[in-house]
Design a protein around this ligand. Structure first.
Ligand SMILES: Nc1ncnc2c1ncn2[C@@H]1O[C@H](COP(=O)(O)OP(=O)(O)OP(=O)(O)O)[C@@H](O)[C@H]1O
Ligand SMILES: [Mg+2]
Length: 238
């Protein structure tokens, strides 16, 4: 296994009095793509937000290459190279695609300068002709690509992608999948991919965790999960 980039140990997460994550432990290696699968309400978004230090209160350890993130403000975590692509995408409707992408640049760490716009757009050929288009004039799939591209403008070490395939037509899901597989080969980027769409995520990942009721119930290789009929039936929509 590659050296760990993200290490989570015994993480509990709460929204006020609502206890949502229970003793979560997982790792994502340098250059690894790891899927986090689970049904509606399983705790996927909560776990990604807990890593990015937004909204969720936590106890337990979250380390990025050995550095504890749990006492840091969200912008500091972003500057260390953690980029969250949120479930609702948050593409700004009144700004152009190019302006949305430029916003992502502010997250780049001082020791890791932001890539050029051209560098990022070359990874997202669909966006090249759309740079002057307003965010509100994009389809859902195009918005998803903008959200991922904007995160890449911050030159992440760890990309946290929250259900990028959600609500997209199959042809567009394929396109998002192609972009994510291209990103897998970008330097030593690590990706934690939260998905309900197991088929989509299992094709893209090196390892997989399943979360249910805020607890990790499986961790292993995609081919091991594919053989676990009972797990598939109980926790996944396969
Ligand atoms: N802001 C919040 N305040 C209180 N409870 C919340 C909040 N957000 C989520 N929850 C609860 O936390 C649990 C986990 O939710 P979470 O959004 O992490 O699930 P998920 O796996 O991302 O689901 P989905 O696939 O539907 O996005 C659910 O029971 C949900 O109701
Ligand atoms: Mg979610």
């Amino acid at each position: 296994m590659p050296e760990p980039r993200l290490e989570i140990e015994g993480l509990d997460g709460r929204y006020g009095t609502a206890h949502v994550l229970f003793g979560v432990s997982l790792t994502v290696g340098v250059g690894e793509t790891v899927a986090l699968l689970g049904r509606n309400g399983a705790g996927k978004s909560t776990l990604l937000k807990a890593i990015a230090r937004v909204e969720v209160e936590t106890t337990g350890a979250v380390r990025l290459q050995g550095q504890d993130l749990t006492r840091l403000m969200p912008h500091r975590v972003a500057r260390l190279g953690v980029q969250l692509v949120p479930e609702d995408r948050r593409v700004l409707g009144s700004l152009t695609v190019q302006e949305n992408l430029e916003l992502g640049r502010h997250a780049a760490a001082p020791d890791r300068p932001a890539p050029s716009l051209d560098e990022v757009v070359s990874l997202f050929p669909t966006l090249a002709p759309l740079l002057g288009r307003r965010g509100r004039e994009l389809s859902g799939g195009e918005q998803q690509l903008v959200a991922i591209a904007r995160a890449m403008m911050g030159r992440p070490r760890l990309l946290l992608a929250d259900e990028p395939s959600e609500g997209l037509a199959p042809a567009i899901v394929r396109q998002v999948g192609e972009v994510l597989s291209a990103l897998r080969t970008q330097g030593d980027l690590s990706i934690l991919l939260a998905e309900q769409n197991a088929r989509f995520a299992l094709d893209l990942c090196d390892r997989v965790y399943v979360i249910d009721g805020g607890r990790i119930v499986f961790g292993g290789r995609p081919e091991e999960l594919r053989g676990e009929r009972e797990l598939e039936r109980r926790y996944l929509a396969l």
